[in-house]
Design a protein around this ligand. Structure first.
Ligand SMILES: NC(=O)C1=CN([C@@H]2O[C@H](COP(=O)(O)OP(=O)(O)OC[C@H]3O[C@@H](n4cnc5c(N)ncnc54)[C@H](OP(=O)(O)O)[C@@H]3O)[C@@H](O)[C@H]2O)C=CC1
Ligand SMILES: O=C(O)C1=N[C@H](C(=O)O)C[C@H](O)C1
Length: 255
């Protein structure tokens, strides 16, 4: 079966990569692609449609799944339209607040919804090992550093937030400390978080665990956005056969 994929934010950094990844994948094809001001543009040979017509497109073009990398508000609107049309939704968008995330998750009662803050397989491996590292080094200091391009809007990154959840689930910490300045010594059990924005860095995440005259550094560095797009398209192909529910990228990798 060929999986038909609708793509949002088609002229964005990730939207372009998703269209390229769909074209490269043997088991799927583009059903439609939208951006807010298409003005006759094409990306990867696909003519763009107006985002304002998304509700009609998601019904008329009969996609099996929509892949979204936009912003939290638009992602939620697209997901609601998918739920109304009975179409699965995969999103890599980050920066949802708690209400937006709850609203997205509630749509998974009606359709399959997969949200992953990072579609790189290496990041999933990092998520798997960071908890074990923290658990086996109690009392060590933990600091998280993430670096992205200068156009990224949300901070810390969705990936950093996911790693922090994992760290907190496997150790005893007093809270999170975002950056430091002035006379501001480190509290014993805090987790330090540092956000760097510069140039065109694709995405780097490092967890530093230090104490007992030793340090462990767990680092992931994405070298090309294509790695995220390939993972998202793998997720789209996987979710096309899934029942309504709330999924993450681990479900795809473990399948
Ligand atoms: N999960 C993962 O693996 C990854 C996640 N991301 C996340 O994906 C998201 C997009 O990143 P990136 O591609 O770099 O961002 P860009 O700004 O390059 O692209 C986002 C696109 O979304 C569209 N968009 C933004 N706001 C709206 C809106 N209100 N309504 C409709 N469309 C909108 C715009 O399309 P237009 O104006 O053309 O209509 C824009 O081109 C971010 O949240 C980022 O953190 C990024 C990389 C990997
Ligand atoms: O905005 C980006 O570029 C990225 N965002 C994701 C995040 O917030 O974690 C994933 C990746 O690091 C790139």
């Amino acid at each position: 079966m060929t999986v038909r994929i609708g793509v949002t934010g088609a002229t964005g950094r990730m939207g372009r990569e998703v269209l390229a990844a769909v074209a490269d994948h043997d088991d799927c094809t583009t059903a439609f692609a939208v951006n807010r001001d298409p003005d006759g543009a094409t990306v990867e040979g696909v003519g763009l449609e107006p985002a304002a017509e998304f509700d009609a497109l998601v019904t008329d073009h009969e996609p099996d799944v929509v892949v979204d990398f936009t912003g939290p508000g638009s992602a939620l609107e697209y997901a609601r339209a998918c739920a109304a049309a009975g179409v699965a939704f995969v999103t890599g968008t980050t920066g949802f607040d708690d209400d937006q995330r709850d609203a997205l998750e509630s749509l998974s009662d009606e359709i399959p919804v997969l949200h992953a803050p990072n579609f790189a397989r290496g990041v999933q491996a990092l998520v798997n090992v960071v908890g074990e590292a923290v658990r086996s080094l109690p009392g060590y200091d933990v600091e998280v550093v993430e670096t992205h391009h200068n156009a990224k809007r949300d901070a810390p990154s969705g990936t950093a937030n996911r790693l922090l959840e994992e760290i907190e689930a496997h150790g005893e910490f007093s809270g999170r400390k975002h950056g430091r300045e002035g006379f501001d010594p480190r509290e014993e059990d805090e987790i330090g978080i540092h956000v760097l924005r510069a140039g065109d860095v694709t995405g780097e995440h490092e967890i530093l665990i230090a104490g007992n005259h030793e340090e462990v550094r767990l680092t992931h560095r994405a070298e090309d956005r294509g790695v995220f797009a390939a993972g998202a398209v793998d997720a789209a192909v996987w979710i096309a056969g899934a029942k309504a529910g709330w999924y993450d990228f681990a479900d795809v990798i473990d399948a």
